[in-house]
Design a protein around this ligand. Structure first.
Ligand code: ZN
Length: 246
């Protein structure tokens, strides 16, 4: 009798743990489509192409340096901008656009607890950020990347209903925290492959602490390393076959 009760309790606990693990994966794994479709790598048929993407700018000092490096090396990129930074960096958005890069929405406030917020909150975050981008370049993006890649079902439903494509990544430098240029380069070099969406950061999120200088130091080496592996940079919207603006 006791053994049967123990077995049933253990089984229920196991099922609960499995459900929690699946839900956590849906919230945080860049490749999970549990709560809706995500683009985490290139569409089929894109050969040896990869795309660079930057989060958490625009930043007066660091985004300009990133743009300088991309220009020298002829590399297109995607910039997922934070709305509250875009308000005060309109010229920088114009420079990103004028130099042939694409701009995506990375929320207005980059709240770390955004994955616990729902429809009304996300409608406001998206619209408010789009407005700052539109004011600068006259375009409204269709690409969105949730802060830290964290999602919930209602948030993903809002993204879809408002016509956005959710973009995560398949290769990252883990440069959103304090690290070194060598570690960033090593991580990208070992994990990049055909179709990769590479995630780096050109700014610091409003609640984070780091120095994006390590990313700037690593970037020219990353570009050379990726090319030495026979891979070619294309713009993110081309890699995933999506029209980037409405
Ligand atoms: Zn971010």
């Amino acid at each position: 009798m006791y053994f049967t009760v123990f077995l049933i309790t253990a089984l229920v606990a196991l099922i609960l743990l499995a459900c929690i693990a699946v839900a956590l994966r849906g919230v945080s794994a860049p490749r999970s489509t549990l709560f809706g479709p995500v683009s985490y790598r290139g569409a089929a048929g894109h050969g040896r192409n990869v795309a660079l993407s930057f989060d958490d700018g625009p930043d007066e000092e660091f985004t300009n340096q990133i743009l300088d490096i991309l220009k020298v090396h002829g590399v297109p990129a995607a910039f997922f901008v934070i709305g509250r930074y875009s308000e005060t960096n309109q010229d920088l958005l114009r420079r990103i656009h004028a130099e042939g890069h694409v701009i995506g929405n990375h929320s207005y406030s980059h709240n770390h607890f955004g994955a616990f917020r729902y429809t009304r909150y996300w409608e406001h975050e998206l619209a408010h950020t789009d407005e700052t981008i539109h004011r600068a370049v006259g375009l409204r993006p269709t690409l969105v990347r949730p802060p830290m890649g964290l999602r919930n079902p209602l948030m993903m439903k809002t993204f879809r209903r408002c016509g956005y494509t959710t973009v995560t990544w398949s290769c990252r430098g883990l440069d959103g925290v304090t690290t070194t240029a060598k570690k960033i380069l090593d991580r990208i070099s070992k994990t990049v492959q055909a179709g990769s969406i590479i995630l780096l950061h050109d700014g610091t999120d409003p609640f984070g602490q780091r120095n994006p200088q390590s990313t700037i130091d690593a970037l020219p080496k990353i570009i050379a390393d990726v090319r030495s592996q026979g891979l070619e940079f294309v713009r993110l919207d081309e890699l995933i076959d999506v029209t980037p603006y409405r």
